[in-house]
Design a protein. Structure first.
Length: 215
């Protein structure tokens, strides 16, 4: 307990850093995942090819390698002076978007094909059909795997601590370097991660219940 009380400001800063990084990366991953999922089921062959390449490349690339590219290649070529938080968000968001895309695509595939055919028969475009007919029905199927993906994202955010980001893993490394008891440090860090992941699980359980009532 003394470790937590003595370094409460550091733990609080690390906790808020992890929450901020997780929230920003999750928002980016969901937006990109929905977009790429739309590409994967698009009737336009180049878009389908782009979506397939996106998912195949990112899902089979180690996340640490993406962080190295984000921190040592992107600032040199595209955006010099970009903050570590933004770079970490890009690496986590892009990586996680490939998993979100596949979860959404799987949900889309559960919607009967007749739904899309009926929408086309009354003159709706592909985007209108996807937005108004398919995705609302697919959401019920997508919620459970999306919860697991975002929990994995929370744990993956620990890698950002090795790249000049203030988050829980970075705090544990700082305190360990100062000679504090490593066992107690890891205990409090683990409890902080549990709080975040339980909060995500609780939010998605509420969403599932609301959608069950709507059904």
């Amino acid at each position: 307990m003394n470790v937590l009380l003595d370094y409460l400001p550091e733990f609080r800063t690390g906790f808020l850093g992890t929450v901020s990084l997780t929230a920003a990366s999750a928002a980016l991953a969901i937006l990109l995942g929905l977009l790429i999922a739309g590409f994967r089921v698009s009737p336009v062959p180049p878009l389908r090819a782009f979506g397939t390449a996106w998912v195949t490349l990112l899902r089979n690339t180690p996340l640490t390698l993406l962080f190295l590219v984000a921190f040592f290649v992107v600032p040199q070529i595209l955006f010099p002076g970009t903050s570590p938080f933004v770079l970490a968000t890009l690496a986590l968001g892009f990586y996680t978007s490939s998993f979100v895309c596949e979860a959404v695509r799987s949900g889309i595939n559960t919607v009967p094909l007749g739904q899309a055919e009926a929408a086309r028969s009354i003159g709706m475009t592909f985007i209108q059909t996807l937005r108004m007919i398919i995705l609302p029905q697919a959401t019920r199927t997508v919620i459970p795997p999306l919860s697991s993906i975002l929990i994995a994202l929370t744990k993956n955010s620990a890698i950002a601590g090795a790249f000049s980001n203030t988050e829980l893993f970075n705090v544990s490394k700082l305190l360990n370097d100062q000679g504090r008891p490593i066992g107690w440090i890891f205990l409090w860090i683990a409890l902080a991660y549990l709080i975040i992941t339980f909060a995500i699980s609780g939010i998605f359980r509420l969403l599932e219940r609301r959608l069950e009532v709507a059904r």
